[in-house]
Design a protein around this ligand. Structure first.
Ligand code: ADP
Ligand code: 5GP
Length: 227
């Protein structure tokens, strides 16, 4: 799928270049953020996906280095204690964290970075880098649908699913921390809304640092026309 509007706002096409933005997706487990992230990356290969480190066991469908870097608790703690994680949190009984270096490199190179992290991680990033962040919270349309999605995904044991459903209320309570909230009932509509958010955020005045010379030139041309 290609979209000329979207391309017009991509980093490569941005006038004068800019620092990348940080698009954070959070939701209770099963609401659909990984699905939305995958669709967005398919359509925008220029976006860098931040691959987290975790102490959680690998799911059957997951690939080391693609979905996560799966680490022992000792290795995780070493990275964390060395300051190599931009943020980290304990979620559903496991540790998760964002490796610092690849994110900073991508942002400096003008690439937008996508994060699939929980509210605790989002809070830490908002504190450190608020002006770079576009936070989107994804809600399920109902509790029954959330349960159905977790069961249909069929990648977690039933005890794990119950724990995730129990934690959903705590997670949803943080909806106000985010810039945008999407109710993911119909996947196509939610995805269209997410794309529109990204498009608008890329076009924010403060994200177009190269505008000044354009304005100056226009002003100069208009002054000449008026002579
Ligand atoms: P999360 O990453 O938030 O835990 P997933 O993206 O893994 O959630 O989605 C959980 C399950 O729900 C997956 O099987 C996915 O295909 C499905 N799903 C996601 N969005 C929708 C939707 N709008 N309608 C129906 N099913 C959905
Ligand atoms: P899952 O085990 O389903 O992949 O992820 C569980 C939760 O951990 C999700 O809410 C996911 O967004 C969150 N998560 C994944 N990676 C990170 C991370 O690096 N930091 C934080 N804080 N949360 C993460």
């Amino acid at each position: 799928m290609s979209d000329s509007n979207e391309n017009a706002a991509s980093p490569a096409a941005a006038i004068g270049g800019r620092r990348g933005l940080m698009l954070i997706l959070s939701s209770p487990s099963g609401a659909g953020k990984s699905t939305l992230a995958r669709l967005l990356l398919e359509q925008n290969p220029d976006i860098y996906l931040s691959v987290s480190v975790t102490t959680r066991g690998r799911r059957p469908s997951e690939v080391e280095g693609v979905h996560y870097h799966f680490l022992t608790r000792e290795r995780f703690e070493r990275l964390r204690d060395a300051g190599d994680l931009l943020e980290w949190a304990e979620v559903h009984g496991n540790f998760y964290g964002t490796p610092r270096e690849p994110v900073e490199a991508a942002l400096s190179a003008g690439r937008d970075v996508l994060f699939d992290i929980d509210y605790q991680g989002a809070e830490q990033l908002y504190e450190k880098m608020r002006q770079d962040i576009v936070g989107v919270f994804i809600l399920p349309p109902s509790a029954a649908e959330l349960k159905t999605r977790l069961e249909r995904r069929a990648e977690d044991a039933s005890g794990v699913i119950e724990k995730r459903l129990r934690n959903a209320r705590t997670e949803i309570a943080h909806w106000r921390d985010y810039n945008y909230v999407l109710v993911n009932a119909d996947l196509n509509s939610t995805f269209a809304n997410l794309r529109n958010i990204l498009l608008a955020e890329r076009l924010r005045r403060e994200r177009q640092p190269g505008l000044e010379p354009v304005i100056e030139r226009l002003d100069h041309e208009l002054a000449e026309l008026a002579e």
